[in-house]
Unconditional design. Structure first.
Ligand code: ADP
Ligand code: TZD
Ligand code: MG
Length: 580
């Protein structure tokens, strides 16, 4: 279909000369004014010209093959930079595809804005049937932090400013900004348009905790026999790395990083108890949660995983998070940087000193478990079977040890669990994974954003099923020539390859084609593919890929019998009459 005739169809710049502007230009101007330098999206009616105008104005537009991946990229950009990542979609189904990512960003507390064009309200509201008709505003509202609709071009500046403020301030999240097609094409006086724009001042203002709240927390920590700090991805997001490190090192309190907080302090830090997680949770008497929720990922703070007498301190920007699972004895509501600064400056901070017997017990357990892990990683391979997860990850670990600045994206079930446990991180915000929802499909979107936003090499370690959710974005990776290496752990299935299926002549529900050559997929896009069957081949391919900074896909053949159903989450599967 032909694009609507608007000023945006003209070469860039001619609009200003005529003293006129339009909705397309105003959106781009409003985004630029608020520091947006990249848009992740997928074009079509009515937003194609919006992407063109953005590009012509110097904003980078990354065009994807599916809106979910574009949305996940915007979400990752939000996590990495602390500024909302922007995703641009068409109306109806394109909007819905992107909405998965916007909801996921909201769940993970990442700042993101999805801008979608929408159809004619007078047709939508009477359900008269329009091209890609959907009441997008009503749909989005229930799933995201906030939804706004701009009904007049003169309100674009206000709409963008509100989206910026809402996505970033307080608990970050996803904001939907609905722009009807008619508003995009609306022409108005350039001067009035420019005057309508707004720059948001201090989009995420600091929020200091009250003095008595800090006193309360310090008193609990000073009296603790077995204190523990849990660092969540909120702590990574807060970019208060030095203050957090100072607090932990001056108090000696052992810390447990949640998966996306790995690297906030290096995983080989002597106070990390990642390798003694069970003991730390079971015995800690005072637990300080920093940007981590007591949700399913932390067993809701319940026994037997946790000490039933544990007392909780929680540092969070959202007061309604507190007491959502366990009673919080010392709420510390504020932004993590301000709260940790207040703790560091408190007169009583010097009295906080994690008792030696507790530190020694955790260190001993960590050493014990680390030795067990080392034994698993160095066990001689069974030559009669394909490579298992451990030998493969040993190769990944050894290569990454030489390249600590590489960003690691990770999704799958067994692939996720094994990789998280084996691969140490050394730098903050360098690990991105399935997060709070345990969602598949984030892989290539997150990897693309990490490469675009940081300029660093990225490695995505993907289960073969997980990869399939965004695999077509390999073309995007190749088109933009991004320094991304994707490793597909090809075990021929969701969780594991089943081989034969006693229940039906069809493949089992968890089966995927084991013979798939994922390396050939990238070759069709002009990238580099490798098929590897040994750890040595994997290590060589990885080193080459990182050094080349060129798009690479490594199909890594994994023993289909090595994984377990649902990885570490087997127990979440309901059991009915029998185990099927
Ligand atoms: P994890 O999954 O790593 O345990 P969660 O996503 O459950 O982490 O928790 C992140 C928490 O961090 C959320 O409750 C969110 O409100 C909080 N948060 C995010 N940014 C900040 C910030 N700058 N200051 C304080 N809390 C924050
Ligand atoms: N769909 C979405 C969007 N998210 C999900 N989490 C799932 C489906 C269910 N699911 C998991 O929880 S893990 C997984 C699916 C489909 C894939 C596991 O297979 P894999 O990894 O090949 O990626 P392993 O290494 O074979 O376990
Ligand atoms: Mg698999």
């Amino acid at each position: 279909m032909a694009a609507p005739h608007t000023l945006a169809n003209q070469p860039p710049g001619t609009d200003q000369a005529a003293g006129k502007t339009d909705g397309y230009h105003l959106i781009v101007d409003a985004l630029k004014l608020n520091g947006v330098s990249t848009i992740y999206g997928l074009v079509g009616i009515p937003i194609t010209d919006l992407a063109r105008v953005a590009q012509a104005s110097g904003i980078r537009f990354l065009g994807f093959r599916h809106e979910s991946a574009a949305g996940h990229a915007a979400a990752a950009a939000g996590f990495l930079t602390g500024k909302p990542g922007v995703c641009l979609t068409v109306s109806g189904p394109g909007f819905l595809n992107g909405l998965v990512a916007l909801a996921n960003a909201t769940t993970n507390c990442f700042p993101m804005i999805q801008i979608a064009g929408s159809s004619d309200r007078s047709i939508i509201d009477l359900k008269r049937g329009d091209y890609e008709e959907l009441d997008q505003f009503a749909v989005a509202k229930t799933l995201v932090k906030a939804a706004y609709r701009v009904d007049r071009a003169q309100d674009i500046g206000l709409g963008v400013a509100r989206a910026m403020r809402t996505a970033t301030s307080g608990r970050p999240g996803g904001v939907y900004l609905d722009i009807p097609a008619a508003v995009l094409g609306e022409v108005l006086d350039a001067e009035a348009g420019a005057a309508s724009l707004r720059q948001v001042v201090d989009p995420a203002p600091r929020q200091m905790p009250a003095a008595e709240a800090v006193d309360r927390a310090v008193a609990l920590l000073a009296a603790a026999q077995r204190p523990l700090v849990v660092l969540g991805k909120g702590a990574a997001y807060a970019q208060a790395d030095d203050a957090i490190r100072q607090f932990l090192e001056s108090t000696g309190i052992p810390f447990l990083p949640m998966s996306m907080a790995k690297g906030l302090l290096p995983d080989d830090h002597p106070q990390s108890v990642a390798a003694a997680r069970s003991l730390a949770l079971r015995d800690a008497d005072v637990v300080m949660l920093v940007g981590a929720r007591l949700n399913w990922l932390l067993s809701h703070g319940e026994a037997p995983h946790w000490n039933p007498d544990a007392v909780f301190i929680q540092v969070d920007i959202d007061p309604t998070e507190l007491d959502s699972n366990q009673p919080i004895s010392a709420p510390l509501v504020g932004d993590i940087g301000s709260v940790i600064d207040a703790l560091n400056r408190h007169d009583g901070a010097a009295r906080i000193d994690a008792p030696k017997p507790w530190r020694e017990a955790l260190a001993a357990k960590s050493a014990d478990n680390a030795a067990k892990m080392a034994a698993r990683l160095t066990a001689p391979a069974d030559a009669t079977r394909p490579m298992g997860f451990y030998p493969a990850l040993r190769a990944v670990r050894d290569v990454l040890a030489e390249h600590r600045d590489v960003y690691l994206v990770n999704e799958g079930a067994n692939t996720l669990d094994y990789t998280r446990n084996v691969i140490d991180m050394h730098l903050p915000r360098h690990r991105l994974d399935c997060g709070t929802w345990g969602v598949m499909g984030i892989g290539l979107g997150y990897a693309i954003a990490a490469a675009v936003e940081t300029g660093q090499p990225v490695m995505a370690v993907e289960g073969d099923s997980a990869f399939g959710f965004s695999g077509m974005e390999m073309e995007t990776v190749c088109r933009y020539r991004l320094p991304i290496t994707v490793v597909v752990f090809n075990n021929g299935g969701i969780y594991r390859g089943d081989g034969t299926n006693p229940a039906s002549a069809d493949p089992s529900p968890t089966t995927l084609l084991r013979s798939t050559r994922y390396d050939r997929l990238i070759e069709s896009f002009g990238g580099t593919g490798h098929l590897v069957t040994t750890p040595a081949e994997l290590a060589t391919a990885l080193s080459e890929a990182i050094a080349s900074r060129k798009p690479t896909l490594i199909d890594c053949v994994i023993d289909p019998s090595d994984g377990t159903e649902s990885g570490h989450l087997t127990s979440l599967n309901p059991v009915g009459l029998e185990k099927h």
